[in-house]
Each structure stands twice: as structure tokens, then as C-alpha cells.
Ligand binder design. Structure first.
Ligand code: FMN
Length: 180
């Protein structure tokens, strides 16, 4: 059975479609998916009222205390997982990964995994220039402009050895299936 570590960061953008995609991945591949959530991700999942859906769908959901607790970097570095997926990936965590910062649970997981041979699949939400439409936690639609700095950081991460970038939640599902 394939083992997947799925990191979630605090992005409202694409959070719901990503959850749907990961539930589909678990069903279709029969993979065991262990979930790690950043502090901000827990807040956002609760704001969007999908925290309970996450807990019901996945048997192991670990919340961030700090970069090393819960200790997932170790098993990731030792190759105990077949893949590390981080989706959605905030502009904040994209910037940290781009510059080698590993001071949170999810960015530390990425940094340590990339020192081994386990593939890392990321879905940075801010990767397309211009305005994008998104949905607030209360269902209100609004549009946001992607910042140049976030585009540059996403590009920097795209060029890292061992990293694959997904363009959308649907693409994430396809890429994860191909990598498993
Ligand atoms: C409701 C809500 C929605 C958010 N949506 C986004 C988002 O779509 N993209 C983003 O980059 N940050 C978003 N943020 C801000 C991040 O949560 C914040 O930058 C946080 O520091 C990210 O931490 P993390 O990368 O460790 O999860 C949102 C915050 C809240 C409260």
C-alpha cells in the first residue's frame, strides 16, 4: 500500500477543491494518507467549515506544534513515505521553501524530504499572473491580484530538484496518481 504524507497550509484559495481531490486520491489508489496541517491551515479549514470533513475522511490528521512536533521530517527523510504532497501551498510557505527556510511543520517537511529521494508535489496557489477569482469562507466571491514576488517564489520552487508543481487541484490528482 502506498504511503502519502499530505501537508496543508493556510490558504482559503482552492482549499475545498484540494480536499475533494485528496479524498478522490485516497479512494482511487487505496493509499494511506497521513495529513499534517499548519497552524494557519487549521484556522482556515475551520473558517471554511470543512475541518470536520477532513477529520472524517482521513484517519491520521496531525496538527502543527512547531517545526519538529509532530516529528514527520524524520520518517519523510528516511523514505517511509512514497510522496510528500503540499496543497494548497500559501504564498508564505512558498516563499519559505524558495529560500530554504524550514521553521514550520510543513516547510521543514519539504526541506528534509528534498534531502532524500522522495518526490515532493506542491500546489502553490499564487502561480498565475493577473487577477484570479476566489471564494471567501462565507461563500462571497472576490478576485485577487497575484503579486510579482509570489510569482518569482513559485518559479524558484518549480526549478528545485525533486519538486513537481501542480497547476490546479485536478492536475494535482493526476500528477499524484502518476507519481504513486
Ligand atoms: C480565511 C483565510 C484565508 C486565507 N487565504 C489565503 C490564501 O488564499 N493564500 C495565501 O497565500 N494566504 C492565505 N491566508 C493567509 C495565510 O493563512 C497566512 O499567510 C499564514 O501565515 C500562512 O501560514 P502557513 O503557510 O504556515 O500555513 C489566509 C488566511 C485566512 C485567515
Amino acid at each position: 500500500m502506498a504511503r502519502v504524507c499530505w501537508g496543508i497550509t493556510g490558504s482559503g484559495d482552492h482549499i475545498e477543491e484540494t480536499l475533494d481531490a485528496m479524498i478522490t486520491l485516497q479512494k482511487e489508489t487505496d493509499a494511506r494518507v497521513d495529513v499534517i496541517v499548519s497552524k494557519a491551515a487549521e484556522q482556515v479549514l475551520r473558517w471554511y467549515k470543512i475541518w470536520d470533513r477532513l477529520i472524517e475522511a482521513f484517519s491520521k490528521v496531525k496538527k502543527e506544534t512547531n517545526a519538529n512536533v509532530p516529528f514527520v521530517a524524520g520518517p519523510l527523510q528516511l523514505g517511509r513515505y512514497d510522496i510528500l504532497i503540499v496543497a494548497p501551498l500559501t504564498a508564505n510557505s512558498t516563499a519559505k521553501i524558495a529560500y530554504g527556510i524550514a521553521d514550520t511543520l510543513v516547510t521543514n517537511a519539504v526541506a528534509q524530504t528534498l534531502k532524500g529521494n522522495t518526490p515532493v508535489l506542491l500546489f502553490p496557489v499564487d502561480q498565475v499572473p493577473g487577477e484570479i477569482d476566489t471564494v471567501a469562507h462565507d461563500g462571497t466571491s472576490f478576485s485577487i491580484k497575484t503579486r510579482q514576488i509570489d510569482l518569482e517564489n513559485a518559479q524558484r520552487v518549480r526549478e528545485m530538484l525533486g519538486v513537481t508543481i501542480a497547476a490546479s487541484p485536478q492536475n494535482l490528482l493526476e500528477l499524484a496518481m502518476a507519481l504513486l
